[in-house]
Design a protein around this ligand. Structure first.
Ligand SMILES: O=P(O)(O)OC[C@@H](O)[C@@H](O)c1c[nH]c2ccccc12
Length: 271
């Protein structure tokens, strides 16, 4: 629908690959770990709910992190992450369904499958507690309808995070019945990040909806800023992963999950 606004060539290439990718085999049926219970539990413990993302690389990253995803997942949980996000897109993010499966077996927290799902059968690739649906991409021709995909995902047991970037996309998400909305600070047309996006779009999201701030959150101040603007939880990848294998993933996670609380943590000096 909205193909008139040029999207970044890197994003177009992701979309083209997603269109080609087949689905799974048998229809999956998931008994999901509750995302809202996980957020409540960490909040009760004085931490900020953070979904820590395992993203080996991305079109905007330098290099690729090749550590075992299970090791990374354990460090993130040890550092206080409420939930994990695992990229399963293979061609541009270095992800795989197998990595998600191993991670979900190794931890107790909910796991989000991060991918570019355009068709119902792509829901059947792997079990996860939450799947991502991106409004912007489901407006393109030749993709399934957002509301239909949302229903199809819920019928399989998935919780659904619907990603928006503008007030119009939030409206679309709400009309489709979304109850968990992520506002992506990264503009998929340009690939640049502006935390002001969340601040300007958040007021359009009604109280009863779980609201997640996504992308570009680097520092403790950024965490506070997103929480002040109404975020119930934050999705953080690069600042935790870094693409320098020497980075301490557990310490990074701890620093950001403790950022909006009074808890005092020592901050690593090399980040
Ligand atoms: O690494 P960052 O800037 O902390 O961003 C994490 C996450 O929000 C980002 O990876 C993301 C948001 N929406 C997506 C959709 C597909 C792939 C990736 C994403």
């Amino acid at each position: 629908m909205d193909d008139s606004e040029e999207i970044d060539p890197a994003v177009q290439s992701i979309l083209d690959a997603a269109r080609e990718r087949g689905g799974g085999g048998d229809r999956v049926s998931v008994s999901p770990r509750s995302l809202s219970d996980a957020f409540d539990a960490v909040a009760a413990d004085g931490r900020t709910p953070v979904i820590a993302e395992i993203k080996p690389t991305s079109p905007t990253a330098d290099g690729e992190r090749t550590d075992d995803p299970v090791d990374l997942a354990r460090q993130m949980v040890e550092g206080g992450a409420a939930a994990l996000s695992v990229l399963t897109e293979p061609d541009h993010f270095g992800g795989s369904a197998a990595a998600l499966e191993r991670v979900r077996d190794a931890v107790d927290v909910p796991v989000l499958r991060k991918d570019f799902i355009l068709h119902e059968d792509q829901l059947d690739v792997v079990e996860a507690d939450v799947v991502l649906l991106i409004v912007r991409f489901l407006e393109a021709d030749g993709t399934d309808d957002l509301a239909d995909l949302l229903t199809a995902a819920r019928e399989r047991g998935f919780q659904v995070l619907v990603e928006a970037h503008t007030p119009a996309e939030v409206e679309t998400a709400l009309e489709a019945g979304a109850d968990i909305i992520g506002v992506n600070n990264r503009d998929l047309a340009e690939l640049d990040v502006d935390l002001g996006t969340f601040e300007s779009v958040a007021p359009d999201v009604p109280e009863g909806v779980t609201l997640i701030a996504e992308s570009g959150i680097q520092t403790a101040d950024d965490v506070t800023r997103m929480c002040d603007a109404g975020a119930d939880a934050l999705l953080i990848g690069s600042a935790i992963m870094d693409h320098d294998a020497a980075t301490d993933v557990e310490a990074n996670t701890r620093r950001l999950t403790r950022a909006d609380t009074d808890a005092v943590e020592t901050t690593p000096t090399d980040t």
